[in-house]
Design a binder for this molecule. Sequence first.
Ligand code: GDP
Ligand code: MN
Length: 425
Amino acid sequence: MAKFLEFQGKEWLRKSGLPVPQGRVASTPEEAKKIAEEIGKAVAVKGQVQAGGRGKAGIVKLVNTPDEAAAAAAEIFAKNVMGVPIYQVLVEEKLDIKKEYYCSFVVNGAREARSPMLMFSTEGGMDIESVPEELLFKVNIDPINGLQVYDAVDVCARAGIPAQDISKFASFLSKLSQAYKKLDCQTLEINPFIMTGSGNLVCADCKMEIDNSSVGRHPEFGISIARDLPGAPTELDLIGWSIEETDARGTGFLMNMGYDEVSPGYIGYHPIGGGSAMMGLDALNQVGLKPANYADTSGNPVGSKIYRVAKCVLSQPNIDGYLLGGFMMANQEQWHHSHAIVKVLREVLPTQKPGLPCVLLLCGNREDESLEILREGLADLMTPDGPGKRIEIYGKEYVTDTKFIGQRLLALSKEYRAEKESQGK
Ligand code: GDP
Ligand code: MN
């Protein structure tokens, strides 16, 4: 899911007309000081990480002067939250909090609902898990017409908001609901939103997650990959994403796994399906080989999509082999894989990677035909001196034999390395 940091989410809320504290994000203590000077009063300095409980973790600090803001920022930058470093702090005006409230908009997946849902509570500021169920009030939202005023009023009344404040709360929640829809959020949690001493409602925090499938409609978000990644996307990640994004037929997933493109023992890894991928890793682990990348072509993708994934997997420089790991009796018609793999290997092996070990395991629906397509389509490459001399094709007899598959890859890759070294490559 594409998740925004607090400051990004708040920026989108501000643009949607919601009340957000004045402030900006800083990457150094000096910048934090400058922003505090601009604000000209007490500020909150808040570490920007994808985690709740920042207050408890000591990365939300309230200070009175610009120098204190710089010191608070320096202290926050020195910390990390569960191993995740902090690169930015949000410096914003300190709020005059009379009371904290909770609200969130989520997707209610219950069979009878399948709609967005508003959750509201007068107990804001704490983990939602620790709010007693009887103090959390819920209402389903019509996905087309949005939150109705009477529903917003009703939920506030049930939660015990005094009559004179109800229209203020209802209008605040309606605006949030409109933003939730317009921005195609999957989750929007404001914990807390607060009432100031003068009676205004303000979003003090913001957790915003965007529906992955909607990212194409929102170029303004600048999201290059609508998926959680441990760091900045690599070139392979970006290519993989473009395969996914431009063709919705089946999965064509491809992701970097930290391969440095120099070390030995890496295999271009092409499992088919998540469970199968785990068995493929067993195969590699047992013999000390490593996956250069992660991939997945399941859910009955078309041949062209499988072709694009396989081509990228095989294009990784310096790999010691290629594993097509269909460690399952797939119900997808496997011949789409066969056609794709024949085309890719015919393109790659003769000119770029002659002799590369390629262990191809395919089982399941249309298995006999699929293996025949592989054998026939690659036969002329698989001669003793041909570029496909290390292609080995296996079917259901080996579907659970991870050890055998691993050992074949290891033996072939040793041969391949030795051959390359003898040729001075
Ligand atoms: P979280 O702990 O990651 O959810 O971070 P929050 O932004 O929700 O902040 C935690 C708590 O800091 C809030 O619940 C408030 O009780 C408290 N707090 C006190 N003063 C301020 C303020 O001026 N601004 C903000 N954002 N929080 C404040
Ligand atoms: Mn919070």
